[in-house]
Design a protein around this ligand. Structure first.
Ligand SMILES: C[S@@+](CC[C@H](N)C(=O)[O-])C[C@H]1O[C@@H](n2cnc3c(N)ncnc32)[C@H](O)[C@@H]1O
Length: 193
């Protein structure tokens, strides 16, 4: 939506497998429910720019996905792909072996291994993009704190938003992987009146 607002002359298409899109959107943006792993129905060489974000754990064959992107970009077009490490890391050693963050990272990564859809995308994506045949590939790595602990004002604000992201997201992330992948069964709820 920000992109569509910023470039009102562009035709913008937002896709996702689930109907998660907001009801109100800029006039030059349309949303489509689509599986990005199926053969794309857009004409070849028709897109100027493809933006992909946070598809960790969703794609079985990343090289095939990037080749589909390349096939649909116009010559000279761009792809931008943003991912984060699902396993939190620390520079001061506070994410220790066995800590809750360490456990979460291993839990998520092992779920990806079980279903054949890796969560370790940020570590591998540059190589896959290059293998697909893209040229002038650049990688920008950044820090995304969880919580407002940083003394840097920008990272502090990012950390505040990210703490909300983790607090709101964690129950769903954990429940989905525990019950759908790791075989954890929920206990039946019994209520005595
Ligand atoms: C972590 S969310 C990221 C959502 C959004 N891209 C963002 O960055 O805010 C992952 C999204 O990928 C979607 N997804 C998973 N597999 C997909 C597929 N094969 N094709 C299209 N979307 C898919 C899910 O429905 C979910 O909304």
């Amino acid at each position: 939506m920000d992109f569509a607002d910023q470039f009102p002359e562009a035709e913008v298409i937002g896709t996702d497998l689930s109907p998660v899109q907001p009801g109100v959107a800029p006039p030059n943006l349309r949303f489509e429910i689509d599986d990005c792993c199926s053969e794309w129905t857009y004409p070849e060489n028709s897109l100027d720019f493809i933006h992909v974000r946070c598809l960790y754990g969703s794609i079985a064959d990343w090289p095939a996905f990037y080749q589909e992107c390349l096939r649909h970009l116009r010559p000279g077009g761009y792809i931008e792909h943003a991912e984060f490490s699902v396993a939190p890391k620390s520079e001061d050693g506070s994410v220790t072996e066995g800590s809750i963050f360490d456990q979460w990272g291993k839990f998520a990564i092992s779920a990806g291994e079980k279903i054949g859809k890796t969560f370790e995308v940020e570590a591998k994506m540059k190589g896959w993009v290059e293998e697909a045949g893209f040229e002038d590939v650049t990688e920008r790595r950044g820090k995304w704190p969880i919580g407002a602990w940083s003394s840097d004002p920008k990272l502090k604000e990012l950390g505040r938003w990210n703490a909300l992201h983790w607090e709101e997201g964690m129950e769903g992330w954990k429940m989905a992987l525990a019950t759908r992948v790791h075989g954890v069964r929920q206990s039946p709820v019994t209520t005595d009146f």
